[in-house]
Every structure is written in C-alpha cells, then in structure tokens.
Design a binder for this molecule. Structure first.
Ligand code: NAP
Length: 566
C-alpha cells in the first residue's frame, strides 16, 4: 500500500470523528498551530447528538457539567435551559462551539473512513474514504464515539415487515406517530426515554422487553436566569468537584461503610436520593452498593418497592423488576414518567422471557403468545459498544496486522490510548479509558490534553513516530481485568461488560472499560508522562524501532536534558 508522497503526508494529523471528542481534539491541535483536519461520516457535526434524534432524547448528566471546560468565555456566554438538556439544545451548543472556535472549515463532512493502513517505511497512515479518495497523515487520532455502531436484533423475518421500522439511531425526520400502533423492542436508556415520551400519545404502544433494567427518576427542571447566573459564578467549584469524583459528575460516593449506618439513616438517604436530580441515586449512594452483594440487595429491594408503588398493575410491576442483576450493576437509565407509562391503557408490556419473539412478519411481531400487529417498529436494541466503531473501519498496523482480528476476543491497549503494533495511532476516549464509564466530556478533555502533551513531547524530541511496547500493553490490559474483579459489575451482562445478544461471540465478558474511576485514571496517565512516557518508544521513519530506545529518542532526550541544564 502506497503511503505519503515525497512531499510528506497530506496532513500532520487526521482526527476521525467530529463529535464532542473530535471537536475538542481539533481545537486543541489547531490552537498549537498543528496541521489537522477532522473527517466526519455524517453531514453535520455532533456525533451522538447529531444522530440520536428520537423523541425524549436528553442528557442524564447535569447540563452544566457536560459543557466543555476549556474556555471561560464559552462557559460565560452559554445558557442552559434545563438541568438535563434535550438533544436539540446540545446539538445547538456543539454547533455554537464549532463556530465560536472556527472549527467547521477544518472538518470534512460526509467522509466515511473505510480503512486506515500504516506504512512502516514512511511512518504514515493512509485512509481510504467511502468515495474512494485517499488521504495520508503522520498521526491518526480516533474520536469514534462509544456508541456509534447501532445494532438491530437478529430476529427471523426482520426484513419482511411492511410498515415503518428503524433503529433509534436513525429516527426518521418528521415522523408523525399520531394514530399509529407502535412497537418498541428494547428497554435500555434509549427505549426507556422513548417509551415514556410516546405513552398515551400514540394509538397503541407495545413494549417488547427482554430483561428489565433498574431505572430511577431524572427529576429534571428548568434553569432560570438567576440560577444560571449562579452556575456561571460557580464553574470553578463545579469542575473541581467533577475532577474529584470517580464518575466525573458532581455526585461522589458516600464512603461510610454501609453496614455501620443504621437502617433509618440508609432509608432517609435513599428517599432523598430518589427525589434528587441526576445520578446521585447511583453515584452518590453508599459505595458498598456496587461492591457488596448484601448492600446491593437491600438497596435493590428499596427501588423495587418504588416500582411497585408507581405501576398500578401488580403483575406488570413485577415484570419490570430485574431479577438477574442488582441496582447499578448495569448502566442505570434515568427516566421521566417511565413506570407511569405502563398505567396507560394503550401501553402493553410484552415479557420476552416468558413469551419470546418467534419472528417479525409483514404485519408486526409474532411472539410465542401470539401476533402483535403494528404500524411502526422501533429497534431500541443498542450498539456494538466501544469496539464496534473500530471494527467497522479496516485498521491495519505494522506488517498488515488487522485490528479487528487482534481484538476479536476483546481489546488490548496501553492506557486506553495506544495499541502495540499500531504506531502513530492515538485513541481518544477509546476502550480501556475512563471516558467509557464516566461523564464523557470531563474524561475526553483528559484524554485529548494528555495526547496533546504527548505530541508536544514527540516534537521536542525531534522524532515523528511513536509506538507502545507490547509489554506495556499487556500489563495495562491485565490491569483493566483486575480492576473489574473488585466490582459487582464483573458478573453483569450488559454493554459495560461487552455482552451483546446480537453479535456472535459477544456472549461473555469482554473487558472494555476502565473501572478504577476518573481521578485514578488521570493519575496513571500523569505518572506515565512524568516518567518520560514509560512504555512508549519514539523514533524517526528512517530508524528501525527496536522497541527499546532509538537514536532519535536518545538524542532528543539528551538535547532536552541539555536545555533543562542551561
Ligand atoms: P442498551 O442499553 O444496550 O439497551 C438495549 C436494549 O435492547 C436492552 O433492553 C436489551 O435487552 C434489548 N435488546 C437487545 N437485543 C435484543 C433482542 N434481540 N430482542 C429484544 N431485545 C433486545 O442500548 P441503549 O438503550 O441504546 O443505550 C445504550 C447507552 O447509550 C446507554 O447505556 C447510555 O450510556 C447511552 N444513552 C444515554 C442516554 C442519556 O444520556 N440520557 C440516553 C440513551 C442512551 P437486554 O438488556 O436484556 O440485553
């Protein structure tokens, strides 16, 4: 495969993706005078917030913890209208950021990357786009998103349905559901938001539930002018708070040992959390709830009681209570009126554990209990999470090694940022990074800033190639697996553990996320950088990197030491 021409690569940097992460990477690199473009598959920027346009789509991070923190001016000029903003507002925000920082002209839209191949001789990447165009770059950065590879279910006859059907990621613009019989398959965070929004507004709503999730109230409310002014005056404290919590939210765990707190005190805390906005119920709860089976069971019973209170029909209520996992072990969907949706006469819950889907046919969904005729089927069946968007691009590293094959049993990374054998490729918010299980913008700012410092280091050394040592990758991947063992989530079957019923081979734990919390992840990154980027080798295209130390690295380090001594 041909690499860069004699003039060198087309660009120093290419960022794949112009969502929340890609936009920040673009800004950060442009700010330091780098030659960079972003390639975006869709006609507009915003990634997740561009694509997810289903009714009810909104944050469950506090809006004011979700915005970028890098610009005080930006923080002061943007007003959020609600504590948990809806999708159109977030998309407007991201477009504002792109215009405010003149990023749009550096983004190439409708540019689907089909393959990315590394040329060992020139140390460049060659990207092939959907239209056959090729582009080369020295450094390739991936900002592919965690949940950008939608998955429809594998159900016989799915193609034969004559009505309208789509995955939630591709909600048709302007779709009018008035008077329609709608079926929703899937009850994760997305399905839960849609079901609550559609209940009572369509002629009939059939919810096809494989397994229930533990959901909790979002408790959203508007932000008035006075409150927004207060938020603006408090941004330093808000971001300092986010920086110290494991999840990167304003909610930090209650570290009192669960068993040493009286039952009355526990109940008082739980009542307060259930009535409070956001993820406090999950992340501001006793830490032991996510580590200790007994603590988890007691709190799960508390939430089950709430479900029974909110759902009028006791049989339906029982079907909505998870039996296979405790609260917080899967990603908790936050909801507004989800349980009350089932009190509408026009809403039916179909329990697929009792009566599985047999097929989808021309007129609707057939389960073992009978036929459900529908006008519209919504597949709220989630994503090939985290690694799916990597698998959809044909990445080839040194010696033509295919990433898809390297990762067949699960990802292997160093720091969630680098992959052995894939030089000059830096993942931003990739698998094994903290961005996966935390407040995404807070985590990607960490990843992008770290990468920007890494590139400055490469330049200071006078090298233009970086690569991680296989041993460092092995150690980090083991570290990720060890961290899981402390948590109850290790037993879960959800996208947090790489489980997906629709993908062959994804029926066992694939260690995808860094579960040590954002502060520890930041510390680990900083230590590696402070240690001269331990585990990384820097070189120049002419040199053969022996994965120990190279002439370029040695000379660069000597020169830098000299500069320090002067
Ligand atoms: P998800 O959490 O993976 O949920 C997919 C749902 O589809 C599950 O209920 C799953 O059942 C069901 N399902 C999968 N295959 C099926 C099949 N063949 N037949 C029947 N049901 C099937 O996906 P999601 O709801 O799109 O959410 C993904 C993530 O996106 C969330 O966890 C969250 O991180 C993010 N999100 C965030 C927000 C927000 O910020 N407010 C909103 C939406 C999504 P099982 O669980 O039994 O497998």
């Amino acid at each position: 495969m041909a690499g860069a021409s004699d003039r060198g690569p087309d660009h120093e940097f290419i960022v794949i993706g112009a969502g929340l992460c890609g936009l920040y990477a673009l800004h950060r690199l442009l700010e330091t005078g780098r030659d960079v473009i972003a390639l975006e598959a869709h006609p507009g920027l915003g990634g997740t917030w561009y694509k997810n346009r289903y009714p009810g789509c909104r944050f469950d991070s506090e809006s004011y913890t979700y915005g970028y923190s890098f610009s005080a001016d930006l923080l002061q000029e943007w007003d959020w209208s609600e504590h948990f903003a809806a999708q159109p507002e977030t998309l407007r925000y991201l477009n504002h950021v792109a215009d405010r920082f003149h990023l749009r002209r550096h983004i190439r839209f409708d540019s689907v990357v089909r393959s990315a191949v590394f040329d060992d001789h020139t140390s460049t990447w060659t990207l092939e786009l959907g239209d056959g165009q090729r582009l080369t770059c020295r450094f390739l950065l991936t900002a592919l998103g965690l949940l950008s590879a939608p998955m429809k279910p594998r159900i016989p006859g799915i193609q034969s349905f004559r009505g309208v059907s789509f995955h939630t990621y591709d909600w048709p613009e302007g779709l009018d559901l008035t008077g329609k019989r709608v079926g929703v398959i899937g009850t994760g965070s997305t399905g839960v938001q849609i079901i609550a929004e559609l209940a009572g507004r369509v002629a009939g709503l059939d919810v096809f539930q494989l397994k229930p999730n533990w959901c909790a109230p979002l408790n959203n409310s508007p932000i008035g002018a006075e409150e927004m002014a207060h938020i603006k005056a408090s941004y330093d404290e808000i971001f300092a708070r986010c920086a110290e919590t494991p999840g990167g939210f304003i909610h930090g765990p209650d570290r009192r040992p669960f068993h040493e707190v009286s039952r009355e005190e526990r109940l008082a805390l739980w009542e307060r959390l259930y009535a409070s906005p956001g993820f406090g119920i999950w992340l501001g709860n006793f830490r032991d709830i996510l580590l200790d089976e007994d603590a988890n069971r007691e709190f799960s019973d508390f939430v089950a009681g709430k479900i029974r209170e909110r759902v009028h029909d006791p049989v339906t209520a029982e079907k909505l209570i998870p039996r296979d996992h405790g609260f917080g072990v899967h990603r908790v969907p936050l909801e507004t009126g989800y349980y009350e949706a089932y009190n509408h006469e026009s809403v039916r819950l179909v329990d697929l554990e009792e009566t599985p889907i047999v097929e989808i046919n021309e007129t609707g969904v057939a389960t073992s209990a009978g036929q459900f005729d529908l006008d519209v089927i919504v597949y709220a069946t989630g994503f090939d999470a985290i690694t799916g968007s990597y698998d959809r691009i044909d990445f080839r590293g040194r010696d033509g090694v295919k990433l898809r094959e390297r990762w067949a049993d699960g990802p292997t990374t160093y720091l969630g940022a680098l992959i052995a054998g894939f030089p000059n490729l830096v993942m931003l918010g990739g698998p094994h990074s903290a961005s996966v299980a935390t407040n995404f913008p807070r985590a990607i700012e960490t990843s992008v800033d770290w990468a920007a410092h890494l590139f400055a280091h490469v330049t200071d050394l006078g090298c233009n190639r970086l690569e991680c040592e296989p041993g460092a990758e092995k150690e980090w991947t083991q570290h990720i697996q060890d961290l899981y063992q402390r948590q109850l989530l290790r037993k879960a079957k959800s996208w947090f553990t790489g489980y997906n019923p629709n993908i062959p081979g994804h029926d066992r734990t694939r260690y995808l996320i860094y579960t040590g919390g954002a502060p520890r992840y930041r510390r680990e990154l900083d230590e590696v950088a402070g240690d001269g980027y331990r585990g990384l080798v820097f070189s120049s295209p002419g040199e053969v990197p022996h994965l120990t130390s190279t002439a370029c690295q040695r000379e660069g380090e000597q020169r830098m030491r000299g500069v320090e001594h002067d």
